[in-house]
Design a protein around this ligand. Structure first.
Ligand SMILES: *Cc1c(COP(=O)(O)O)cnc(C)c1O
Length: 474
């Protein structure tokens, strides 16, 4: 099993190389050369399995023998098993919202967003592959919230990894900050930058572009384009579907979408044989994907800040993986389309390709007022308190339910974050202030470690050099 770049110019790589590479050298994203298929009998055989065992079976075909079976089973068990990182015995529990509507609660991980599900495994995979090669990496990331904490939790105390996370000082919520800065492991380094999220991102990019620095510390990134993250996200779609009657029942999923990674994983599960009738994409005011679903044209606009910040994204990078399919693997055709989009801020991919996408995907958008109204309505009608992202997903699922493609399928809405991550928005909508789960109840009182730095490349590079020197002498 090899992985090819969506842009067709980079060499195909085995699983472990694609894992470490992240982005392909031609700027493309890695996708499997051929997809593993699960038969009806295979899917039937997943019924009743604990999440960790189901995860092992779903992901093993993707490894192409790169990781030993026992090693992989141990990693999966460590991440998703009984004494793993997740705070619910089902790992990804389903809650019934209505007669044919369920909520898949993907906020049971250590940092309360669905990003824990892939990253808890990816951190272990990185560590394993690096240790085997006698290598180490330094991960540098910029975060506006959820990714940073999930990445830190995934990397803390891993031998072969140091992680530096830059966040904009005083511009993330207190819960989000504490989820990063109270991790006191020696290999975790937080910096609060006196600037915006974009400044943080520019600093991280500038460090990657500094060839000497990059080589010296073997810099690496944690972003949503890593193939292994997608792979690990297909698991909960299988788990939910099997719990609700797959392969005998086909389902629809509703997914609040930013970078298109999560909903692409649902599409990937469908390619692997899972009966998925329809995928509803929820967007906030940054609605490039829903506009594309309506018109067939992709048009960039400036990013607006919303109540659902994890979806404040202009171009969804993982959408390229879907385009690769509808281009029939024609990397050069795809490169031209992406160049048009970058140059003109507008691209369409042809009517036939758009129709193919529309057959599976539907889109729906909610602005902030709509998001607040949805949180309130969901609370009033079901008693369930959801975060702004999740509310958008539920509303999108409900709105798309009448489409003929749905065919009366049961609807599973993906809950991407715990409401206590966004307490102000939730309280404003529902009148109740959500509280953190017991294991995080004392979060805001814990000791923090974080360096405040000016928005200056030299200062941040010095910080990295200083911390890495301390690590080597420790
Ligand atoms: C990251 C994130 C999303 C968006 O997921 P994508 O995979 O980027 O589409 C939605 N909701 C929350 C809470 C997130 O953290």
């Amino acid at each position: 099993m090899n992985y090819v770049s969506t842009r067709g110019q980079a060499p195909a790589l085995p699983f472990d190389e694609a894992l470490l590479a992240g982005l392909a050298t031609d700027g493309g994203l890695y996708v499997p050369e051929a997809w593993p298929r699960f038969s009806r009998a295979d899917i039937q055989g997943l019924r009743g399995l604990p999440y960790a065992e189901l995860a092992r079976r779903i992901m093993t075909p993707f490894l192409g023998g790169c990781i030993g079976d026992d090693d992989f089973a141990a990693m999966v068990d460590d991440a998703y098993g009984a004494i793993g990182a997740f705070g619910h015995p089902a790992v990804a529990p389903l809650v019934q919202l209505g007669a044919e509507t369920w909520l898949l609660e993907l906020f049971q991980g250590p940092t309360l967003s669905f990003k824990d599900y892939p990253l808890q495994l990816v951190g272990r995979l990185f560590d394993h592959v690096l240790a085997r090669r006698g290598q180490s990496v330094t991960i540098i990331g910029a975060t506006s919230g959820d990714t940073g904490s999930a990445a830190i939790e995934a990397c803390r105390d891993r031998e072969a990894i140091d992680i530096f996370m830059l966040h904009p000082k005083d511009r993330i919520s207190e819960v989000q900050r504490c989820q990063m800065t109270t991790v006191l492991s020696n290999n975790v380094h937080n910096a609060a930058i006196e600037g915006t999220f974009d400044d943080c991102q520019d600093l991280a990019k500038a460090m990657f572009n500094d060839a000497a620095l990059s080589r010296r510390y073997n810099l690496s990134a944690v972003n949503s384009i890593n193939w292994a993250r997608i792979m690990a996200q297909t698991v909960y779609y299988f788990a939910a579907a099997v719990a609700l009657g797959a392969p005998d029942r086909r389902l629809a999923f509703a997914v609040p979408t930013g970078n298109f990674g999560n909903v692409y994983a649902a599409y990937a599960a469908r390619k692997m044989g899972l009966g998925v009738r329809r995928l509803a994409i929820g967007s906030n005011a940054n609605d490039i994907l829903t506009r594309f679903m309506d018109s067939g044209a992709m048009e960039t606009r400036p990013v607006a800040a919303t109540l659902s910040p994890a979806m404040d994204i202009q171009i969804a990078s993982n959408f390229e993986r879907l385009l690769f399919d509808v281009y029939g693997g024609d990397g050069l055709g795809l490169v031209k389309a992406m160049e048009r989009l970058r140059r003109d801020g507008r691209a369409d991919f042809g009517k036939a390709r758009w129709r193919r996408i529309r057959k599976i995907f539907a889109g729906h958008r909610l602005d902030d007022a709509g998001t607040t109204a949805a949180m309130r309505r969901i609370h009033e009608t079901t008693g369930v308190v959801v975060d702004p992202h999740t509310a958008i997903g539920i509303a999108a699922g409900e709105a798309c339910r009448g489409d003929e493609g749905f065919g009366g399928a049961p609807l599973v809405c993906i809950s991407t974050a715990h409401p206590a991550k966004f307490p102000d928005a939730v309280e404003a909508a529902t009148g109740t202030r959500p509280t953190l789960p017991p294991r995080l109840a004392d979060l805001q009182g814990r000791r923090e470690r974080c360096e405040v730095l000016p928005n200056d490349l030299g200062a941040v590079s010095d910080f990295v050099a200083r911390r890495m020197a301390e690590r080597r002498t420790a």
